[in-house]
Design a protein around this ligand. Sequence first.
Ligand code: HEM
Length: 402
Amino acid sequence: MTPVTGTPSAHVRSDIDPFSDEFLADPFPPLAELRDAGPVVYLERYGVFAVARHDEVAAVLRKPQVFSSAAGVGITNFATGKPWRKPSILLEVDPPVHTHNRRVVARALAPRSLAWLQEIFDRRAGELAADLVSRGSFDAVPDLAEIFPTRVFPEAFGIATDGRDQLLAYGAMVFNGHGPRNHLFDASMAGAEGVIGWITEQCSRSSLRPDGLGALIYAGADAGEVTEDEAALLVRSFLSAGLDTTVSAIGLGVLDFARHPDQWRALREDRSLARNAFEEVVRLESPVIGFFRTTSEPAELSGTLLPAGAKVLVFFAGANRDPRHWEDPGRFDIRRKTAGHMGFGIGVHNCVGQVIARMEGEALFRALAARVASWWLTGEPRPRLNNTLRSLDTLPVAVEPA
Ligand code: HEM
């Protein structure tokens, strides 16, 4: 094998900054540039590698022993830099520790634990849709996308139901925290102390409703599989990853439908398409733009040699619009075969909450399709910039009742 020197000059290089405001406002044009530049590209500004093609994203995610999560899935290398919070014992660990902890949370999310949720999600979606239709026009970010997950998730999980502001503020911190210490990171950390205090309190056993999903994670502590402190950290994973991601997907999905009335008509004609429609939104919009891995040893990827200890930015959003894999990838098509998309990740760290996300998205799209004949924009949507997450700040819409 050719020796790995780790000299970046041997690699395809780019000056694209994936944490600049321009990139985060619309990552798809620069992601296309990165895909075209090569299978693996060295980002000069940060001294990290990036993969944005479907094949390479899949290859990295399928090899956790080489492309490790234990040095953090953000840009900070935990071997050399200090994480802003105690690392996750789910997202930021490798097998076998990951396998063990994942088993504890997976049990809490087994289908039999989730069956009762569909009825709650459907009911809440129906109430919200009826209320919005009666108003006629509204901002689909604060009045819809942020309302639904922050209402149903605490109910399902068994935490306080009046913590919308804290949950959203914490999500913004977590996802900005994977990036460099830029202005977005600093802004989201304003007021951090109070928010972190509230979140920490919600993670304790005594705060969780005994019939919610959160309490099931503590069953792992009762069985001696994890300690009490570890159970609290596992609960924290859900409060970190379970809200802003779905808020993002719902907001961007409404925008997709407002811009593509033919797709809304198709959904109205066949509401059983709601689940695939949500999946297509996650593919097309990729709420999570990308996460990092760190090479645990010298590695070869599609002919590129990477030194040990290299950070690799894995662009889910790049894979999801790679024309080498998808036909007309920028087209919103709720009938598309979406299998193989990377919006929820793949491999050992694939999104453990994806079943819940899908249940939420499907319930909401179905309820809206029953009540909204058409949508249109009444103003310009504005993105909300975040180092890792694509989402909207405002989405003014009007609806015609069905
Ligand atoms: C549309 C909504 C969502 C999207 C797009 C999304 C996306 C992702 C992605 C891309 C990963 C992979 C991380 C990696 O490979 O490093 C992930 C992992 C994870 N997600 Fe989600 N997610 C969503 C909703 C949720 C929800 C609702 C929950 C909680 C109920 C959740 C909890 C988690 C957790 C705990 C992990 C870490 C899993 C592990 O490391 O084993 N996510 N998610």
